[in-house]
Design a protein around this ligand. Sequence first.
Ligand SMILES: Cc1cc2nc3c(=O)[nH]c(=O)nc-3n(C[C@H](O)[C@H](O)[C@H](O)COP(=O)(O)O)c2cc1C
Length: 192
Amino acid sequence: MIDIEEFGIHEGISEIILTTLSQDGVPNAAPMGLHRRGNRLFARIYNSKTLDNILNRPTAAANIVDDPFLFVQSSLSDLEPERFELMEGFSVLKDALGWIVFDCSYKKGTNVTVVELSPIRGKINRTTIKPVYRGFNAVIEAAVHATRYVVLKEQKYLDYIRYYNTVVQKCGGTREKEAMRLLYELIGIQVK
Ligand SMILES: Cc1cc2nc3c(=O)[nH]c(=O)nc-3n(C[C@H](O)[C@H](O)[C@H](O)COP(=O)(O)O)c2cc1C
């Protein structure tokens, strides 16, 4: 039995990177919100590789990650295969602070599918003290808007990204600034 409190999964939404496997065993990673209401855990997943994988093979792992670069890279491109650790029937990220593997059940929706998550295994690799860090949070917000921008191409998302970039430039460290450079590159926007 897994105590998800030990993994820091709180009421509301935690941003994690969900890893899944395709039917052919190719691992995939994408940031997703892990919703918790009481003891119920679920994700709301739009049509994507992640959803296809879960529909074919209903297992997924929530990777708890503190690297902003990995969030940006996995949201807008495919991670290199060497970033994954493959185990029996599931894949996780080597650099995760910890992970929880879930059995998934779902009722397929047209746009969005609610995937119910039942924890079956978990591992904590590292624990760290984390002061509130605006630079990191701003990268995550920018990445959310970037994933919307690439689909909807609306100017408002670029405006949000620009705003969060000012926070990163003020409060972030090298890794956060690298993550923002990658984000702009992957959405095809040049920054002066
Ligand atoms: C922090 C963050 C949270 C996200 N949460 C979700 C989510 O809850 N559901 C969803 O469908 N997409 C979410 N996304 C967008 C997906 O990560 C994005 O669409 C991704 O490209 C899907 O990749 P895939 O096709 O490899 O599955 C989120 C993105 C970020 C950056």
